[in-house]
Ligand binder design. Structure first.
Ligand code: SAM
Length: 297
């Protein structure tokens, strides 16, 4: 297992496959990307994942933009699933296109899925009934497990819906992930109006929980509540960065050591296009890992 300079084991690759999205939520961090450069081909993505696997990466999370916008998404997953050393492929999606694609994604090699449930326009509960429920059903029918519901908690928008989302998660068997809003250069006004710290929610969950687990990833707490499971993701806390196990790749083929920074990217896809030897690609991945630093100290 490879470690960075801060002793953090790196076994997860978060790879963005497009910057396009059919929702364009005003608060979205877009995985820290600002690029509008062309995206990578499935073969280029596979080559990068292969180099990462040689460095010790075992799990791949596919993200975007909205990954299901890509017509070749199943090809991307199939290629990654054949790479020696890769044990797990998951995806985060807004779920709007999942109903028709879940079976093919599973067949291609996808194992787990996170479905975005936050909404800034309509009530989250309306959205859950209308769009999320069919997406969860499709994911279940396809045999994807685990299914997680990602909910960025937003003050005055959905912060009063948490209890109902816990009930929905219990009924559907999906894990609810409550995510704290991250501030970016582009969402400052939104952040100031809608940031909702999760400490008080965590206290309440802790007082009601049958069991509390702590995951090594970000030191996240997982609360078991009478059949429901709720996980807390607090990217603004020191422990999130201190326990980050993720290397990132941008949709235009750059190694991105940290979600919050764009001043330490390393171009890797140009190397692939220029046919540099595999050992140089491997060395670029190691350089990317070397550049990792906790953002929140
Ligand atoms: N479109 C896909 C989706 O909806 O999952 C993938 C991209 S989206 C950037 C990935 C995850 O980031 C989603 O769960 C989303 O809710 C979360 N997210 C987006 N903006 C965020 C922010 N400012 N703070 C915290 N989480 C955020």
């Amino acid at each position: 297992m490879i470690k960075d300079r801060f002793g953090r084991e790196i076994d997860i690759l978060r790879i963005s496959v497009t910057q396009q999205c059919n929702l364009n939520c005003p608060y979205c961090h877009r995985e820290g990307e600002t690029s509008i450069e062309p995206v990578m081909s499935p073969a280029e993505i596979a080559k990068i994942v292969s180099a990462c696997a040689k460095a010790g990466i075992k799990k791949v999370k596919i993200t975007g933009g909205e990954p299901l916008i890509r017509k070749d998404i199943c090809d991307i997953i199939a290629k990654i699933s054949h790479i020696p050393g890769i044990e797990d492929i998951s995806m985060t999606t807004n779920g709007t296109m999942l109903k028709d694609k879940a079976q093919d994604l599973k067949k291609a090699g996808l194992k787990r899925i996170n479905i975005g449930c936050d909404s800034y326009t309509s009530s989250i509960l309306e959205k859950t009934a209308g769009k999320i429920k069919p997406a969860v059903t499709a994911a279940k029918d396809a045999g994807l497990d685990t299914i997680k519901l990602n909910m960025v908690v937003l003050k005055n928008i959905n912060s009063n819906d948490i209890q109902k989302m816990i009930e929905f998660s219990k009924k559907s068997g999906a894990i609810l992930q409550l995510i704290e809003l991250i501030e970016t250069k582009h969402n400052k006004q939104f952040f100031n109006g809608h940031y909702y710290p999760l400490k008080s929610i965590e206290k309440e969950l802790a007082s009601k929980a049958d069991k509390i687990e702590t995951r090594s990833m970000h030191n996240r707490k997982k609360y078991h509540l009478n059949g429901a499971i709720v996980e807390i993701v607090s990217p603004n806390r020191h422990e999130f960065c201190a326990n980050c196990r993720t290397l990132r790749i941008t949709s235009d083929g750059k190694i991105k050591p940290c979600l919050m920074r764009n001043d330490n990217l390393l171009d890797i896809v140009s190397g692939i296009r220029n046919k540099i030897p595999d050992r140089e690609l491997n060395s670029l991945i190691l350089q990317g890992i070397e550049k990792r630093e906790p953002y929140v100290r």
